[in-house]
Design a protein around this ligand. Structure first.
Ligand code: ADP
Length: 166
């Protein structure tokens, strides 16, 4: 039964936005168990540490009982094998996401032919939203309260205010 499978939503979530949350909520209605897997990728420079990104996601998804937040390092295909899951969730905002996501999906399938990627589209209101955009607005003191969960808004404020004070 397809809905009983464990599905994984991987990403950097630096920081989580309402767009990510929209995809997590949609997934939690479609599947019984969802693992949100935060990438611990030391080659990427992140604004928030792995611990912070995990905490923010845990706080933002605490009302969704079938969602578990965890982290992984190394190849996603290897992590999926370890936890015996072969279905990935990814979000598609616009055609501009398509090429990269298409490549990733086919590369993952090339690494392990059991891996399937399911694409979900967020509410139209979030199609312009990205973690990078949110950070840029927050950095210049803009209001991001409609774009991110409350805990993320507070964290951004603290991070960038500290940055300005230094
Ligand atoms: P990545 O995994 O590419 O480093 P992200 O953490 O930003 O980046 O994104 C994880 C997944 O969530 C990707 O599939 C991305 O397309 C999707 N995503 C990011 N922002 C949104 C949004 N506003 N609406 C829907 N999906 C999104």
């Amino acid at each position: 039964m397809s809905q009983e499978i464990l599905v994984v939503y991987p990403g950097s979530f630096d920081p989580p936005t309402n767009g990510h949350l929209d995809i997590i909520e949609r997934s939690s209605k479609l599947f019984l168990k969802i693992v949100v897997a935060v990438a611990d990728n030391c080659n990427k420079r992140h604004t928030f540490s792995l611990k912070e990104r995990l905490q923010l996601l845990q706080e933002s998804t605490k009302s969704l009982k079938n969602v578990k937040v965890t982290s992984f390092s190394g190849l996603l295909a290897d992590y999926l094998e370890q936890i015996n899951s072969f279905v990935l969730i990814r979000g598609l905002r616009a055609i501009s996401d398509f090429e990269y996501e298409f490549q990733m999906a086919l590369m993952n399938r090339n690494l392990n032919k059991k891996i399937e990627t399911v694409f979900l589209m967020p509410d139209q209101a979030y199609t312009f939203l990205s973690s990078g955009m949110v950070k840029e607005i927050a950095m210049f003191g803009g209001n991001v309260s409609s774009l991110v969960p409350k805990c993320v808004g507070e964290k951004l404020k603290k991070r960038f205010c500290e940055h300005i004070k230094k």
